[in-house]
Write a protein of this length. Sequence first.
Length: 757
Amino acid sequence: MFALPGTFLVRWRGWVIAAWAALALLFAPRASHVQQVLALRGGISETTEASRATELLKQAFPSPFADYVAIVVHGPVRWTNQRFERVLDTLKAVAERQAYVSQIISVRSIGESSFVSPDRRTTFLIAALTPEFTSDISKSVVPDLRAAIRDAMGRAPGADGFDVMVTGFPALDHDVRTISAEDSERGERRVLPLTLVVLIVAFGALVAAMVPIVVGVLAITIALGLVTIAARYVPMSVFVLNITTMVGLGVGIDYSLLVVTRFREELNRGLSPVDAAVRTVETAGSAVITSGLTVVVGFAALLTTPLSDTRSVGVGGLFVVLVAVLLATTFLPAVLAVLGRNIDRPKWLARPLATFHAPTGWERWARWLGHRPWRAVAAGGSAVVLLAFPATQIRLGLPATNWFPPESESGRGLAALRAMGASGVIQPIRVVVQLPEGEHAPRGRWLSGLKALTDSIRKDPRVREVRGVASVRPHMSTLQLLFFYSDPAAARQKYAKFFDAYLSTDERTTLLDVIPADTVSLAGMMDVARHVRAVVHRGVRGLGGAEILVGGFAASNVDTQHELLRRFPETMGLVLGITAIMLFAAFRSVLVPLKAVLLNCLSVGAAFGLTVLVFQHGYGGRLFGLEGPTEAIWAVVPVLVFAIVFGLSMDYEVFLLTRVKEVFDKTGRNDHATMEGLSATASTITSAAAIMILVFGTFAFSRVLAVQLVGFGLAAAVLLDATLIRMVLVPAIMHIAGRWNWWPGVRAPKLEREVDG
């Protein structure tokens, strides 16, 4: 099937190399500016309760506090000092001059004690952002606001010694994504030298080691250039940088490793460089295409998810894998045909590394496994199941620690708010109540209903405070509230700022801010959001006929998690089904795809188990810079890890089975083919896995927890897959199954396990 393309590619090798060089030159400038077109905010395609609550706020309030930032100020003197007051006036004036700020609330305008720390040296201002500037997820106003504040503080008299930090969820989200992009570039710089060392050990030659690096870098460059084009049509998350870098280096180098290894084998058999390159395309090229298609299936499945982050990762993954496959099957054979024997230079490297490449160790392992397959299955299977068991304890949600990078400006601001007991102010659960046409919230039964809803929510010990029209003054009874609102115009005039934030002009829509206690984690806030929704769904006396929606950051994550998990079975079914069909078509076997799918699920489950142990439970978490157990795993992580790992780990299955099938087709002896296939590919698989683990493991030390979780999960899955799965369980099961491995592609009078030799 691949003979004609191989001959054509090698004959026109100069043009093939020139075409790829031209593509690289074309996309390199785009790739270098890719961050400018990536979305710095997340989004979900589905209409959820939280998104409807946000839209209702934007429609009902002329200056809605749907999106806002907190400007935290820590000074050397108390906030009542004239110097501190001048700084607050400066910050307020700067923020109000920005077109994207609609309203400012501070301790000086609202007079609340929760806006000031116990030592009176820390306070904050809340700046509401206008909807037209926050609806575009590809842009963020945070950098501009920070620059304006720095400029003003630099010119303001008496501003020395003041620390000003912009935080709040728009700022936190911006910092998470910006740091993620920085870590991607830093990780690439760190991992390339280490990868080169592994490749030098694997090949015993510097030229052979450099070729896969070139392919990996080219794959990333061209894929990121394609991402800039895709960003014109769909939102592309900044997390695409991490995944594209990780996967591009991993698969680009893996596929090149397989191709270069096979090319050297063909040279050592006496073929000319041109014939060796053609033969490499016919054999290793087939394995690369099959492997690449299995990886593509996982990324394609991410396109069906509702979250812009996961969908854009799917697009970026598709680009980089397809480019890596094309490079490995066209550009690389052309380069190898040109290099020929020069691939082994310098010769002096090969001698000290000869022991590593000697196949005798792997041959001994293959023979031992062939004679004791049941023992290998029992030991390997028990280890995988044991590692997978902690995955049954997984708790999905927002992690309790390290979710926001503590060294970032927004992270420091959040820590300052938490220290003064006010972090809940910037992350409330927002309950929007809209009454029927013509009704007024602070009147009659509606006011009694709002009071009942406020009291029901406040009973939860995780709730510190509920702000709304029914709690404008603390501890007022329903009767007292009715007297207070007997003159609505006077009440509104007395507390103008408060009512602008919590009651629409027509008094039909009102807002309740549920402020959690500072001891409540992000995962706990999601539980509070679920509890508030449960209170609403049970019905509140006096609010019958009103529309009540629960929104805010925690509620939005509850909705996102629900949508992701609702579709996860479909994503799994899609990946499993298409992968099994592709393997059946490639190997003409029923058992091979069933075994591959089952064992891949085990390796992914074991990776989840290790992730739960290290991150959720905190065992060894200090090695990755964690402050403590995360108590929960972000719901996006299982979806991403499953979709990516399932295809990547299938690479090693295809590498191994392709060689086994090749020998079996020549000899018809299953045990002999399994032993020889394992001996021939074990060194390549372990080297490829070591590179993958290096690449993914580097991102496990990222400053962004979301990237750490994905990087660790991928590294753990590849480690387990390349050791317990491909080196133990797969060959052992193939020995046990005998010729049944190849049914119905191979028909024989007796389908039974033969004993070789």
